[in-house]
Design a protein around this ligand. Structure first.
Ligand code: NAP
Length: 293
């Protein structure tokens, strides 16, 4: 783990699971600056102060932005443009800005819409870490340990800002990698957004059946494992699906084609297709879980 960047006043906009965990992880790493939390609800923010997650709470984004030399946007992805619009006129020229949004093309587009171009100090980012819980109460300092954080710098992104944001995440225990926003959105559509849509759809499908009580009564560990992520915040996932609709639509269509092939194999009693596909999947998952950080 490296030392956190020497920021005097870090503003976290949206002190929920990710924003709260970032604040806790920075404190654990010895971050010496002040951490200000901003959001819509003073009650949520005061709870974050009580829990020792942030030093100060405010709902006045403009005033908080004017004093911050580091800003991390931890709000749902479709709220990012409005937040940027509100803080833009008050930003210090040297403030480093980053975000944690689960989609990156939409965040880059939002920043360009607000500033006309991507500011050199804006470094889009996404920690590949989370749980199905939300809110500051669910936050914990170890969330990013050994996890990847993807930064998606654009040609306009300045090297010094990129380095600062890299140091910020490394101090939280994360491995930082870089890729384009477009590639990020394609990869995450397949590895994160598609599984969430499948889990929500499966649970919703079963929950609407007349015999749902029976189904859930006899559901075993496998069902619980597969559907855990359907307990995630629906509004956050609505935003992610809307913000990454092109790549997610493609991933869903590709999955539907495979599902159609499995339906045919099941209905035709095609054992070799079933054993081939299940064996290939088992090998791939066993390798992935062995290699997981
Ligand atoms: P969360 O626990 O619900 O926290 C979101 C915070 O943003 C809340 O504290 C909320 O506080 C504030 N907020 C919500 N809507 C807002 C709005 N319209 N304007 C201003 N503030 C608003 O959610 P989270 O899981 O931390 O997710 C935050 C971001 O991290 C999202 O962009 C998400 O895509 C990304 N992310 C999530 C995960 C995950 O697994 N959860 C993983 C990686 C990245 P108030 O209600 O008090 O305003």
């Amino acid at each position: 783990m490296t030392a956190p960047p020497p920021l005097a006043r870090l503003l976290i906009v949206g002190v929920g699971l990710i924003g709260g965990s970032l604040a806790r992880a920075l404190r654990r790493a010895g971050f010496a600056g002040e951490i200000i939390g901003c959001g819509r609800s003073l009650t949520h923010l005061e709870r974050a102060v009580e829990l020792g997650v942030i030093d100060q709470a405010t709902t006045d984004l403009a005033a908080a932005a004017a004093e911050a030399d580091g800003i991390v946007l931890c709000v749902p992805v479709l709220a990012i443009e409005a937040v940027l619009r509100e803080l833009a006129p008050h930003l210090r020229h040297d403030a480093i800005i980053t975000d944690v949004g689960s989609t990156k093309g939409s965040v880059v587009a939002a920043a360009r819409a607000v500033f006309g171009t991507l500011p050199a100090n804006f470094v889009p980012g996404h920690p590949i870490a989370g749980t199905e819980r939300n809110g500051v109460e669910a936050s914990f300092a170890e969330l990013f340990d050994g996890r990847r954080v993807i930064l998606t710098p654009e040609p306009e992104t300045g090297g010094a800002a990129l380095e600062r944001v890299r140091e910020l995440w490394q101090a939280c225990g994360a491995d930082v990698v870089e890729m384009s926003a477009e590639h990020h959105d394609q990869v995450l559509a397949e590895t994160s957004h598609l599984p969430h849509v499948l889990a929500y759809t499966l649970v919703d499908n079963l929950a609407r059946k007349a015999e749902r009580r029976e189904i859930f009564r006899y559901a075993a560990g496998g069902f619980r494992d597969f559907t855990r992520i359907a307990s995630s915040d629906p509004a956050m996932w609505r935003d992610i699906c809307l913000a990454n609709r092109a790549a997610l639509g493609e991933a869903l269509r590709d999955f539907r084609a495979d599902l159609d092939r499995i339906i045919t194999a099941v209905e035709q009693g095609d054992e070799s297709t079933l054993i081939d596909r299940f064996s290939r999947a088992k090998t791939a998952r066993d390798r992935f879980t062995r290699e997981e950080p």
